[in-house]
Design a protein around this ligand. Structure first.
Ligand code: ZN
Length: 332
Protein backbone atom coordinates (compact mmCIF):
# COMPACT_ATOMS: atom_id res chain seq x y z
CA UNK A 1 0.00 0.00 0.00
CA UNK A 2 1.30 3.45 -0.90
CA UNK A 3 2.15 5.65 1.99
CA UNK A 4 0.40 8.97 2.09
CA UNK A 5 2.91 11.83 1.73
CA UNK A 6 3.33 13.99 4.81
CA UNK A 7 3.22 17.63 3.82
CA UNK A 8 5.23 20.01 5.92
CA UNK A 9 2.72 22.71 6.57
CA UNK A 10 4.82 25.63 7.69
CA UNK A 11 3.27 28.44 9.66
CA UNK A 12 2.73 31.72 7.84
CA UNK A 13 3.17 35.02 9.60
CA UNK A 14 2.26 38.60 8.83
CA UNK A 15 5.05 41.04 9.64
CA UNK A 16 5.01 44.81 9.39
CA UNK A 17 7.37 47.67 10.14
CA UNK A 18 5.50 50.95 10.52
CA UNK A 19 7.66 54.02 10.03
CA UNK A 20 6.95 57.73 9.87
CA UNK A 21 6.99 57.90 6.07
CA UNK A 22 6.84 54.29 4.87
CA UNK A 23 5.44 50.96 5.96
CA UNK A 24 6.98 47.63 4.93
CA UNK A 25 4.61 44.68 5.21
CA UNK A 26 5.56 41.09 4.55
CA UNK A 27 4.56 37.47 4.71
CA UNK A 28 7.09 35.23 6.42
CA UNK A 29 7.56 31.53 7.03
CA UNK A 30 9.57 30.15 9.94
CA UNK A 31 12.88 30.93 8.28
CA UNK A 32 12.24 33.25 5.33
CA UNK A 33 10.59 36.49 4.30
CA UNK A 34 8.49 35.18 1.40
CA UNK A 35 7.25 38.50 0.02
CA UNK A 36 7.34 42.12 1.10
CA UNK A 37 5.69 45.31 -0.05
CA UNK A 38 6.35 48.92 0.74
CA UNK A 39 3.44 51.34 1.12
CA UNK A 40 3.35 54.97 2.10
CA UNK A 41 2.41 55.70 5.72
CA UNK A 42 0.14 58.68 5.00
CA UNK A 43 -0.04 59.34 8.72
CA UNK A 44 -2.45 62.23 8.24
CA UNK A 45 -5.22 59.80 7.20
CA UNK A 46 -5.19 58.49 10.77
CA UNK A 47 -4.26 55.20 12.45
CA UNK A 48 -7.39 53.21 11.48
CA UNK A 49 -6.69 53.90 7.81
CA UNK A 50 -3.14 52.58 8.32
CA UNK A 51 -4.29 49.32 9.96
CA UNK A 52 -6.87 48.79 7.17
CA UNK A 53 -4.21 49.25 4.48
CA UNK A 54 -1.81 46.90 6.28
CA UNK A 55 -4.52 44.21 6.39
CA UNK A 56 -5.22 44.76 2.67
CA UNK A 57 -1.49 44.47 1.93
CA UNK A 58 -1.29 41.11 3.74
CA UNK A 59 -4.18 39.90 1.55
CA UNK A 60 -2.43 41.14 -1.62
CA UNK A 61 0.85 39.49 -0.65
CA UNK A 62 -0.87 36.16 0.07
CA UNK A 63 -2.53 36.35 -3.36
CA UNK A 64 0.87 37.04 -4.93
CA UNK A 65 2.21 33.91 -3.24
CA UNK A 66 -0.85 31.84 -4.22
CA UNK A 67 -1.55 31.38 -0.54
CA UNK A 68 -4.89 33.17 -0.34
CA UNK A 69 -6.53 30.20 1.33
CA UNK A 70 -4.03 30.14 4.18
CA UNK A 71 -4.64 31.94 7.44
CA UNK A 72 -1.82 33.69 9.25
CA UNK A 73 -0.57 32.08 12.47
CA UNK A 74 0.21 35.46 13.96
CA UNK A 75 1.14 39.04 13.15
CA UNK A 76 4.21 40.89 14.44
CA UNK A 77 4.34 44.67 14.37
CA UNK A 78 7.35 46.97 14.66
CA UNK A 79 6.19 50.49 15.48
CA UNK A 80 7.71 53.62 17.03
CA UNK A 81 7.12 53.86 20.80
CA UNK A 82 6.75 54.42 23.68
CA UNK A 83 4.25 51.60 23.82
CA UNK A 84 2.82 48.84 25.98
CA UNK A 85 3.76 45.46 24.53
CA UNK A 86 1.39 43.51 26.76
CA UNK A 87 -1.71 45.52 25.89
CA UNK A 88 -0.65 46.26 22.32
CA UNK A 89 -1.11 50.00 22.75
CA UNK A 90 1.12 52.71 21.30
CA UNK A 91 1.14 55.51 23.85
CA UNK A 92 2.63 58.19 21.69
CA UNK A 93 4.53 58.64 18.47
CA UNK A 94 5.53 62.05 17.22
CA UNK A 95 5.80 61.09 13.54
CA UNK A 96 2.53 59.16 13.33
CA UNK A 97 0.59 61.44 15.71
CA UNK A 98 -0.83 58.42 17.53
CA UNK A 99 -1.97 58.79 21.12
CA UNK A 100 -2.82 55.66 23.14
CA UNK A 101 -3.75 53.83 19.95
CA UNK A 102 -4.67 50.12 20.43
CA UNK A 103 -2.91 49.03 17.25
CA UNK A 104 -2.87 45.29 18.15
CA UNK A 105 -6.62 45.15 18.79
CA UNK A 106 -7.46 47.13 15.62
CA UNK A 107 -5.17 45.13 13.36
CA UNK A 108 -6.50 41.89 14.86
CA UNK A 109 -10.06 43.02 14.03
CA UNK A 110 -9.02 43.85 10.44
CA UNK A 111 -7.24 40.50 10.00
CA UNK A 112 -9.98 38.11 11.07
CA UNK A 113 -8.94 37.70 14.69
CA UNK A 114 -5.30 36.66 14.16
CA UNK A 115 -3.18 37.38 17.27
CA UNK A 116 -1.06 40.51 16.97
CA UNK A 117 2.17 41.21 18.89
CA UNK A 118 3.88 44.58 18.94
CA UNK A 119 7.21 46.00 19.98
CA UNK A 120 9.01 49.26 19.36
CA UNK A 121 11.08 49.67 16.21
CA UNK A 122 14.41 49.77 18.03
CA UNK A 123 13.75 46.48 19.82
CA UNK A 124 12.42 44.82 16.65
CA UNK A 125 15.42 45.83 14.56
CA UNK A 126 17.73 44.75 17.40
CA UNK A 127 16.01 41.36 17.74
CA UNK A 128 16.16 40.94 13.95
CA UNK A 129 19.90 41.64 13.83
CA UNK A 130 20.54 39.50 16.92
CA UNK A 131 18.70 36.47 15.49
CA UNK A 132 19.38 36.72 11.77
CA UNK A 133 21.92 39.49 11.09
CA UNK A 134 25.13 40.98 12.48
CA UNK A 135 24.59 39.56 15.98
CA UNK A 136 23.67 36.05 14.91
CA UNK A 137 24.95 33.49 17.36
CA UNK A 138 25.66 36.11 20.05
CA UNK A 139 23.86 36.33 23.37
CA UNK A 140 24.78 39.89 24.36
CA UNK A 141 24.51 42.75 21.89
CA UNK A 142 23.62 46.40 21.89
CA UNK A 143 21.90 47.59 18.73
CA UNK A 144 21.98 51.27 17.87
CA UNK A 145 19.97 52.66 14.96
CA UNK A 146 20.92 56.02 13.50
CA UNK A 147 18.31 57.46 11.18
CA UNK A 148 15.86 60.35 11.66
CA UNK A 149 16.39 59.76 15.37
CA UNK A 150 18.62 57.42 17.34
CA UNK A 151 17.14 54.36 19.02
CA UNK A 152 18.22 50.92 19.91
CA UNK A 153 17.89 47.74 21.85
CA UNK A 154 19.78 46.06 24.63
CA UNK A 155 19.86 42.28 24.24
CA UNK A 156 21.33 40.40 27.15
CA UNK A 157 21.32 36.62 27.59
CA UNK A 158 19.44 36.39 24.29
CA UNK A 159 16.53 38.49 25.57
CA UNK A 160 15.56 42.11 25.06
CA UNK A 161 16.21 43.97 28.31
CA UNK A 162 13.05 46.04 28.83
CA UNK A 163 13.52 47.63 32.21
CA UNK A 164 10.99 48.61 34.83
CA UNK A 165 8.62 50.52 32.51
CA UNK A 166 9.36 48.92 29.13
CA UNK A 167 11.53 51.96 28.37
CA UNK A 168 15.06 50.53 28.36
CA UNK A 169 17.24 51.01 25.29
CA UNK A 170 16.51 54.72 24.75
CA UNK A 171 20.11 55.13 23.65
CA UNK A 172 19.40 58.29 21.64
CA UNK A 173 18.37 60.15 24.77
CA UNK A 174 21.50 59.59 26.79
CA UNK A 175 22.78 63.04 27.72
CA UNK A 176 26.12 63.71 26.07
CA UNK A 177 26.53 67.50 26.40
CA UNK A 178 24.91 69.39 29.27
CA UNK A 179 22.97 72.30 27.71
CA UNK A 180 23.82 70.96 24.24
CA UNK A 181 21.49 71.14 21.23
CA UNK A 182 17.77 70.75 21.89
CA UNK A 183 16.38 67.26 21.33
CA UNK A 184 12.95 66.23 20.02
CA UNK A 185 12.27 64.81 23.52
CA UNK A 186 12.53 68.27 25.06
CA UNK A 187 15.90 67.70 26.77
CA UNK A 188 19.20 69.20 25.70
CA UNK A 189 22.37 67.54 24.55
CA UNK A 190 20.95 64.07 23.85
CA UNK A 191 22.98 61.82 21.52
CA UNK A 192 20.08 62.07 19.02
CA UNK A 193 20.40 65.86 18.92
CA UNK A 194 24.08 65.56 18.02
CA UNK A 195 24.50 62.53 15.78
CA UNK A 196 21.16 61.53 14.20
CA UNK A 197 20.49 62.07 10.50
CA UNK A 198 18.24 64.97 11.47
CA UNK A 199 20.96 66.56 13.60
CA UNK A 200 23.64 66.15 10.92
CA UNK A 201 21.30 67.66 8.29
CA UNK A 202 20.46 70.55 10.60
CA UNK A 203 24.15 71.34 11.11
CA UNK A 204 24.58 71.28 7.32
CA UNK A 205 21.75 73.80 6.94
CA UNK A 206 23.40 76.04 9.53
CA UNK A 207 26.58 76.00 7.41
CA UNK A 208 24.56 77.06 4.38
CA UNK A 209 22.75 79.76 6.31
CA UNK A 210 26.02 81.16 7.63
CA UNK A 211 27.70 80.96 4.20
CA UNK A 212 30.37 78.66 5.60
CA UNK A 213 30.37 75.98 2.93
CA UNK A 214 30.64 76.56 -0.80
CA UNK A 215 30.32 72.85 -1.45
CA UNK A 216 27.04 72.52 0.50
CA UNK A 217 25.77 75.61 -1.33
CA UNK A 218 26.65 74.03 -4.68
CA UNK A 219 25.22 70.60 -3.85
CA UNK A 220 21.94 72.09 -2.63
CA UNK A 221 21.67 74.91 -5.20
CA UNK A 222 21.56 77.16 -2.16
CA UNK A 223 18.25 75.71 -0.99
CA UNK A 224 17.86 74.93 2.71
CA UNK A 225 15.32 72.16 2.03
CA UNK A 226 17.83 70.39 -0.21
CA UNK A 227 20.35 69.95 2.61
CA UNK A 228 20.17 66.59 4.37
CA UNK A 229 22.62 64.38 6.23
CA UNK A 230 23.44 62.87 2.85
CA UNK A 231 24.50 66.31 1.58
CA UNK A 232 26.83 66.72 4.54
CA UNK A 233 28.45 63.31 3.91
CA UNK A 234 28.82 64.08 0.20
CA UNK A 235 30.34 67.50 0.88
CA UNK A 236 32.74 65.94 3.39
CA UNK A 237 33.78 63.39 0.78
CA UNK A 238 34.47 66.26 -1.62
CA UNK A 239 36.82 67.84 0.91
CA UNK A 240 34.58 70.27 2.80
CA UNK A 241 36.34 70.70 6.14
CA UNK A 242 33.29 72.07 7.99
CA UNK A 243 31.24 69.02 6.97
CA UNK A 244 34.11 66.72 7.87
CA UNK A 245 34.08 68.32 11.33
CA UNK A 246 30.31 67.71 11.71
CA UNK A 247 30.77 64.03 10.88
CA UNK A 248 33.85 63.68 13.08
CA UNK A 249 31.90 65.21 15.96
CA UNK A 250 28.98 62.81 15.41
CA UNK A 251 31.42 59.88 15.32
CA UNK A 252 33.09 61.02 18.53
CA UNK A 253 29.83 61.19 20.47
CA UNK A 254 28.63 57.88 19.05
CA UNK A 255 31.97 56.40 20.11
CA UNK A 256 31.65 57.81 23.63
CA UNK A 257 28.08 56.46 23.86
CA UNK A 258 29.30 53.04 22.67
CA UNK A 259 32.12 53.04 25.23
CA UNK A 260 29.71 53.89 28.06
CA UNK A 261 27.40 51.08 26.97
CA UNK A 262 30.33 48.64 26.88
CA UNK A 263 31.35 49.67 30.40
CA UNK A 264 27.84 49.16 31.75
CA UNK A 265 26.70 46.10 29.80
CA UNK A 266 29.81 44.25 28.58
CA UNK A 267 28.23 43.09 25.29
CA UNK A 268 29.92 40.94 22.64
CA UNK A 269 29.10 43.43 19.91
CA UNK A 270 27.68 46.85 19.26
CA UNK A 271 25.72 46.77 16.02
CA UNK A 272 24.95 50.02 14.22
CA UNK A 273 22.02 50.18 11.80
CA UNK A 274 19.62 52.74 10.34
CA UNK A 275 19.72 54.86 7.20
CA UNK A 276 22.74 56.95 8.26
CA UNK A 277 24.80 53.75 8.41
CA UNK A 278 24.81 53.68 4.63
CA UNK A 279 27.89 55.75 5.51
CA UNK A 280 29.32 53.01 7.70
CA UNK A 281 32.65 53.09 5.82
CA UNK A 282 33.13 56.64 7.13
CA UNK A 283 31.38 56.37 10.48
CA UNK A 284 32.46 53.00 11.89
CA UNK A 285 36.21 53.80 11.99
CA UNK A 286 35.47 57.13 13.71
CA UNK A 287 33.17 55.45 16.24
CA UNK A 288 35.55 52.57 16.91
CA UNK A 289 38.66 54.68 17.43
CA UNK A 290 36.87 57.04 19.82
CA UNK A 291 35.24 54.14 21.68
CA UNK A 292 38.56 52.37 22.11
CA UNK A 293 40.10 55.50 23.69
CA UNK A 294 37.67 55.04 26.59
CA UNK A 295 37.82 51.26 27.02
CA UNK A 296 40.10 49.00 29.02
CA UNK A 297 42.53 47.03 26.89
CA UNK A 298 40.76 43.79 27.80
CA UNK A 299 37.47 45.22 26.45
CA UNK A 300 39.07 46.60 23.27
CA UNK A 301 40.39 43.15 22.40
CA UNK A 302 37.00 41.47 22.63
CA UNK A 303 34.30 43.96 21.59
CA UNK A 304 33.09 43.88 17.99
CA UNK A 305 31.70 47.01 16.35
CA UNK A 306 29.62 46.01 13.35
CA UNK A 307 27.26 47.42 10.75
CA UNK A 308 23.79 45.88 10.64
CA UNK A 309 23.34 43.28 7.91
CA UNK A 310 19.61 43.14 7.20
CA UNK A 311 19.15 46.64 5.75
CA UNK A 312 15.58 47.91 5.97
CA UNK A 313 14.35 44.36 6.74
CA UNK A 314 15.81 44.07 10.26
CA UNK A 315 12.54 45.33 11.78
CA UNK A 316 10.53 42.74 9.83
CA UNK A 317 12.78 39.91 11.01
CA UNK A 318 12.41 41.15 14.56
CA UNK A 319 8.63 41.43 14.18
CA UNK A 320 8.56 37.80 13.09
CA UNK A 321 10.48 36.78 16.21
CA UNK A 322 7.82 38.49 18.36
CA UNK A 323 5.28 35.93 17.16
CA UNK A 324 7.69 32.99 17.34
CA UNK A 325 8.59 34.04 20.87
CA UNK A 326 4.93 34.03 21.90
CA UNK A 327 3.55 31.02 20.08
CA UNK A 328 6.47 28.67 20.65
CA UNK A 329 9.64 28.40 22.67
CA UNK A 330 12.07 31.05 21.49
CA UNK A 331 15.47 29.69 20.50
CA UNK A 332 17.08 33.09 20.03
ZN1 ZN B 1 16.34 63.39 23.74
Amino acid sequence: MMQRPTWKHEDLYGVVDIGGTKIIAGIASDDALLATKRISTDALKGPDDITKRIAATFTELKEELNLSCRTLSGIGVSVPGPLNTKEGIVHFTGNLKWVDYPVAERLQAECGGVSVYIDDDGNCAGIGEACHGAGKGMQHIVYITISTGIGGAVIMDGQVYRGHQDLAGEIGHMTMIPDGPLCSCGNSGCLEAIASGTAIGLQGRQLLLQGKSDIVARLSNGRMDEVSAETVFLAAEQGDSACQAIIRNAGIYLGIAAANLVHVLNPQAIVFGGGVMRQSAVLLPLITSEMNRHLFKVQQDRIQVKAAELGDKSGLWGAKRLIAGKSKQSNM
